[in-house]
Design a protein around this ligand. Structure first.
Ligand SMILES: Cc1cc2nc3c(=O)[nH]c(=O)nc-3n(C[C@H](O)[C@H](O)[C@H](O)COP(=O)(O)O)c2cc1C
Length: 493
């Protein structure tokens, strides 16, 4: 417990006391209603996440302007009619004792739907990295309207009972598009050198400050480094930090990367070590006195505690870990970290599902995530005898959940060990976490009361004799064989 003393220290920003330094960073969920209002699914998802005990929760992107809305289910704050739903979201977070900031967002040239409708805007008419379609270059009137929209969004966040706002100036969206020479080739006062290109952000911050008053904290999320050929560096970013703080920023959230950065580095895959970009937070801290948030593959509260104790960052964001296992912090506080399911950084249920399938948020290893409204919590009315055939991750999860709900569960695995195909995946460099995942799944199923029998296949006769009430067939996924010439040759050929 005492080992988390730095992470669990409260922190004060303006008049806001945040109970600890654990941040849930913004994560788009696509759970909102189609009209941009907050849905019951949003509220249930948030309620479960906040049970982590994180002190500072930042909402997913929330659109400040209809022409800056990323997708039909993006949450919106561009009109007063959004305030009542957003107020419910703030309440859900406050009920758990945490503080909540709204992330104010404009998608700029990276909006698929807006590009299709010819409504997408950008600092210059340069095509999006991803969609290869040109936006319309913003006029000075567009710029003024957008600055005002950020201010009004912040005003509404405050009216909805939020404790802070965060401007999204990272990851290649509109504010960052102004900073990047790849997207901004303007020759007026909003373009030019790095300082000129930062003018739009500075004016957004000033307008937000004007609208929310002096006592309301403003965070700004930056990509501290663009991570693209001829992109801006962390030294460039350091050079504008004092201006951002002077314009109103109270917290610097030091993320990194843009669309087009290598390998989806912003939500980095498993080959990146936890905390692999913490030096960016440290470099930002060298030039500002306000708190700095570090982010990037964090799964372990004890590592986060050490980073804060070293002075490299003031707060630590755990993104996908909140999806994989929102109990990670409670487990650490109560000496049960070995039970925490670490995020696999596979991105399959979360960011890739959102970006490439336009689906709503899920997690490959946590079936509750994004389905909190339907997910059974209380014990079943009638306990059944359940057989699960197959001890891969699906079978182990089914066994564990059925046992948790009070059923009498037996799992049969034909191989001497549980894990199925994942035991192979776990042998690949950087993927040791997959092995730990299987061990924890088996341990949890046993803890919940399931019996696991290995080296035992199941026959029709066994089912007829044993007559369980339910049989769950979880005998494994079929491996995908890519269509590569020569793939069917044996290694001896
Ligand atoms: C499903 C998903 C949605 C995200 N949506 C947002 C978003 O709305 N705004 C934002 O600034 N970052 C967003 N991110 C990035 C995260 O805030 C975070 O920076 C990133 O996942 C790295 O942190 P992690 O390694 O702890 O997950 C998203 C990431 C994921 C996985």
């Amino acid at each position: 417990m005492s080992k988390l003393e730095h992470l669990l220290q409260p922190i004060t920003v303006r008049n806001l006391q945040i109970p600890n330094r654990v941040v849930m960073p913004p994560m788009g969920s696509n759970l909102g209603n189609k009209d941009g209002t907050v849905s019951d699914a949003n509220l249930a998802y948030f309620k479960r996440r906040v049970q982590s005990g994180a002190g500072f929760i930042i909402t997913e992107i929330t659109s400040v302007h209809p022409d800056g809305t990323a997708s039909p289910r993006t949450l919106c704050v561009y009109d007063d009619r959004f305030i009542p739903g957003l107020a419910k979201m703030a309440d859900v977070v406050h009920q758990q004792g945490a503080k909540i900031a709204m992330q104010l967002h404009h998608v700029g040239r990276e909006g698929y739907y807006l590009l299709q409708e010819g409504r997408a805007l950008g600092p210059s008419a340069i095509a999006s990295y991803i969609y290869r379609v040109k936006p319309r270059e913003m006029s000075i009137e567009d710029i003024q309207e957008t600055i005002a929209a950020f201010g009004q969004g912040a005003r509404r966040a405050r009216e909805a009972g939020f404790d802070a706002v965060e401007l999204h100036a990272a990851h290649g969206y509109l504010l960052m598009q102004f900073l990047s020479q790849h997207c901004n080739q303007r020759t007026d006062e909003y373009g030019g050198d790095f300082a000129g290109r930062s003018r739009f952000i500075v004016e957004c911050l000033q307008e937000v400050r004007k609208q929310v008053g002096e006592d309301f904290p403003i965070s700004i999320r930056i990509s501290a480094e663009e991570i693209i050929k001829d992109g801006y560096s962390v030294e460039d970013m350091q050079s504008i930090m004092p201006r951002l703080v002077e314009a109103g920023a109270d917290i610097i959230h030091a993320s990194f990367g843009t669309h087009g950065s290598p390998g989806g580095i912003t939500s980095a895959p498993v080959e990146y070590e936890p905390g692999f970009k913490v030096e960016l937070a440290r470099k930002i801290k060298e030039v500002v006195k306000v708190p700095v948030i570090a982010v990037g593959r964090f799964t372990d509260p004890f590592m986060a505690d050490e980073i804060i104790s070293r002075g490299d960052a003031d707060m630590i964001a755990f993104g996908r870990q909140h999806l994989a296992d929102p109990d990670f912090l409670i487990n650490a506080r109560e000496g049960r970290s070995q039970q925490t399911f670490e995020c696999l950084a596979c991105n399959q249920g979360c960011i890739e599902r959102l970006l490439f399938e336009q689906g709503s948020i899920r997690c490959a290893i946590n079936p509750e995530t994004g389905q909190e409204l339907e997910y059974p919590v209380d014990a079943a009315k009638k306990s059944k005898r359940v057989w699960v055939i197959g001890g891969g991750p699906g079978g182990l999860t089914a066994a564990s959940e059925a046992a948790r709900l009070g059923h009498e569960v037996t799992l049969f695995e034909a191989e001497p060990e549980t894990g199925g195909q994942v035991t192979l995946a776990a042998r690949v460099p950087y993927k040791e976490v997959y092995g730990r995942w299987i061990e924890k799944l088996a341990a949890r199923a046993t803890r919940h009361g399931a019996e696991i029998i290995t080296s035992q296949g199941v026959t029709r006769e066994m089912i007829q004799t044993g007559h369980p009430d339910e049989v769950i067939l979880a005998s494994g996924a079929r491996p995908v064989k890519p269509d590569i010439p020569g793939i069917n040759l044996s290694t001896a050929d």
